[in-house]
Design a protein around this ligand. Structure first.
Ligand code: GLP
Length: 265
């Protein structure tokens, strides 16, 4: 797991956008794993900018989102489908038929989840997955105690997550109790993972993810086992890390061949 600490969230997001745009240029049929929440907003804004100003082409790109609330249709302003259209899809040339989110209105949730897994496999697997981080260490909506081998399925949201996400609804009671989320096993099959975490609210979870023991109590800790995961942090989110200076030293002293490798990745 590579840990990079930036002075501000915007610079971490620009770095993430560089990883995404490189892949999109090098593999115009790439499969992207996308996330919702406030964290990836600056990343999506930069991808929109590159589409508008630099001709970044999403015409052949396929996307799979991590999760969706159960019971909300795609037009609901707090649905992740609506969020993704506003944040990204409506502003770039990705083909609507290549955009995938779990169907929160399905009448047969297990079948929907199984189909979602099949669609990811049929698309060739996810090349690059962006993740935000829940304050309780969740990725997607895999709450603490989720099986680290889980696949796409229904989950019950914790009170903490519902309170965190209440800002997108009128009241906390309006936040759905259930969601469909890619499993941790599903996420771990992505070829490359970029985890973004910004702000004080994430510092405890970040400490666990980077330096804690792997545990279902902090689901994102499983990323320590991923062969190609990078964690992009701002100063505040990184504040509790014991090895902060070492991560900086690693980043500042990469051998030239490694820098070239990153530049051409
Ligand atoms: C939400 C989403 C996650 C997201 C996380 C953090 O519940 N399901 O995918 O990463 O919470 O949200 P935010 O980026 O708004 O802090």
């Amino acid at each position: 797991m590579e840990v990079l600490i930036f002075d501000k969230d915007i610079n971490a997001s620009l770095y993430a956008a560089m990883i995404f745009s490189k892949l999109v240029r090098q593999k115009p049929t790439a499969v992207l794993g996308l996330a919702t929440g406030s964290t990836p907003c600056l990343l999506y804004a930069e991808l929109r900018r590159q589409y508008e100003q630099e001709g970044l082409d999403f015409n052949g790109i396929t996307s799979f989102n991590l999760d969706e609330y159960v019971g909300l249709d795609g037009e609901h302003p707090a649905s992740y489908s609506h969020f993704m259209r506003q944040a990204l899809f409506d502003h770039i040339n990705i083909k609507p038929e290549r955009v995938h989110l779990p169907d929160g209105r399905s009448n047969d949730v297990p079948a929907t989840c199984a189909d979602y897994e099949k669609s990811i496999i049929a698309a060739g697997g996810i090349d690059l997955q962006v993740l935000g981080l829940g304050g309780d260490g969740h990725i997607g909506f895999n709450e603490p105690t989720s099986s680290l081998a889980s696949r796409t399925r229904i989950k019950t949201l914790t009170r903490e997550t519902r309170e965190d996400n209440a800002r997108f609804f009128d009241t906390v009671d309006a936040v759905p109790r259930h969601c469909i989320t890619m499993g941790i096993g599903t996420i771990m099959e992505a070829r490359q993972i970029v985890l973004l975490a910004f702000g004080e609210r994430k510092a405890t979870a970040v400490k666990q993810v980077v330096e804690g023991p792997i545990s279902a109590m902090w689901p994102a800790t499983i990323l320590q086992m991923h062969p190609s995961a990078v964690v992009l942090l701002d100063e505040v989110a990184a504040a509790s890390l014991d090895q902060k200076d070492y991560y900086r030293e690693v980043a500042d002293n990469k051998p030239d061949w490694q820098r070239t490798q990153i530049a051409s990745k």
